[in-house]
Design a protein around this ligand. Structure first.
Ligand code: 9MR
Length: 353
């Protein structure tokens, strides 16, 4: 079992390296970047090795599904905080910080929410939901993915938003309402717009980066707080990384005084050749290229993977391989052994990369 000393080791290393980096010398090490993972509640409850890995490797914990409407609001009037409370308590007991995922999404909604029909109903439910959830974890969940995946897959000029129940009933203002309500409820929370497909070398990704910037600029112009953009970073091994595009994106974020976070990192290896060792090397190289592009231009506030071990990942079902081999998307293998990807991530965590 992990000891309290082990649990604190990562945090202590961060403080020490942070102090060195802040010394101002030209040769100072780069700032360490807190590392974390999403945690899935059923796995967390049943697998002690999962809990041990979260304790050992993470500075940040993200409840993977338990803060979604589907989990919290299955029964419309009664909030069920059981799963979220358990993960928050674990994070606090082990001195990890927390990211909240997510206050508004077009998916993972309970049936009643998908059946809302009026603008007034949608606004009332959204505001009420955000007030209750953010207030419950005020001062404890430091960062919120306020909106998740609101950008259309292939946005065209004048049509930036994904078709969701929120967009249908509230129009573009659904984003404003969510950020405004979260900021009012916990004025100290960091508020993030979270989305995917920013990194690929295709025109669609550039269009999505532009929309993300436009949304944040519009919020800021209206005086609505937004602090950063979350890049999910589900990296497709066969697609590659737009290094120049990402670096421009980081400069554009700087110009708007916005942070960046990596929020759901993993590698989709369904098109890679079968050899597991080779797949792991390719995945580590891809993560290294991606993080190198981002971090050399702007240090993210956190780097979070969508799970820790290949034993459990959404990638298995969503991107099955033709040869039926297990996907290898994460930093630990299915038996919790470190893979080359972990070394890349630990470099950023220690501040040596
Ligand atoms: O990994 C999550 C899976 O367990 C859930 O069933 C699913 C629906 O709630 O969400 C998955 O997580 C998604 C995240 O919330 C948003 N970005 C994409 C992630 C993978 O689908």
């Amino acid at each position: 079992m992990p000891t309290r000393r082990m649990a604190l080791r990562g945090a202590a290393a961060l403080v020490a390296a942070g102090a060195a980096a802040g010394s101002g010398s030209a040769t100072a090490a780069p700032q360490p970047i807190p590392f974390g993972s999403a945690a899935e509640i059923d796995t967390f409850r049943k697998d002690p090795r999962y809990r041990e890995a979260l304790t050992r490797y993470c500075d940040v914990i993200v409840p993977m599904n338990d803060l979604k409407w589907e989990a919290l609001r299955h029964d419309q009037p009664r909030f069920d905080f059981s799963g979220a409370d358990e993960l928050v308590a674990f994070a606090e007991a082990n001195r990890k910080s927390l990211r909240g995922h997510t206050l508004l999404w077009g998916e993972a909604l309970p049936p009643w929410a998908k059946q809302m029909t009026t603008r007034a109903e949608a606004e009332r439910e959204l505001v009420n939901h955000i007030e209750i959830v953010v207030d419950r974890y005020k001062g404890r969940i430091a960062t919120w993915d306020v909106v998740n995946e609101v950008i259309k897959n292939d946005p065209q000029p004048g049509e930036p938003y994904r078709d969701t129940i929120w967009q249908r009933l509230l129009g573009p203002e659904h984003v404003d309402i969510a950020f405004r309500t979260a900021a009012r409820t916990d004025p100290k929370a960091r508020l993030v717009l979270n989305d995917f497909h920013f990194e690929e070398p295709v025109p669609g990704a550039a269009a999505r980066r532009k929309v993300a910037l436009d949304i944040c600029r519009r919020l800021k112009d209206k005086g609505i707080p937004v602090h950063g953009i979350g890049m999910q970073a589900h990296l497709y091994a066969e697609k590659g990384i737009d290094v120049d595009g990402l670096q421009r994106f980081m400069r554009d974020l700087d110009a708007l005084d916005l942070d960046v976070e990596i929020t759901e990192l993993d590698v989709i290896d369904w098109k890679l050749p079968p050899d597991p060792g080779q797949r792991d090397k390719t995945a580590a190289a891809l993560v290294s290229t991606f993080l190198g592009a981002v971090c050399s231009a702007k240090r993210p506030k956190a780097i979070v993977t969508w799970g820790l071990t290949d034993r459990y990942s959404w990638v298995h079902e969503t991107f099955p391989r033709k040869d039926s081999a297990r996907a290898r998307p994460l930093p630990l293998d299915a038996d919790y052994r470190p893979k080359p990807m972990l070394a890349v991530l630990e470099g950023y965590r220690r501040g040596t990369a």
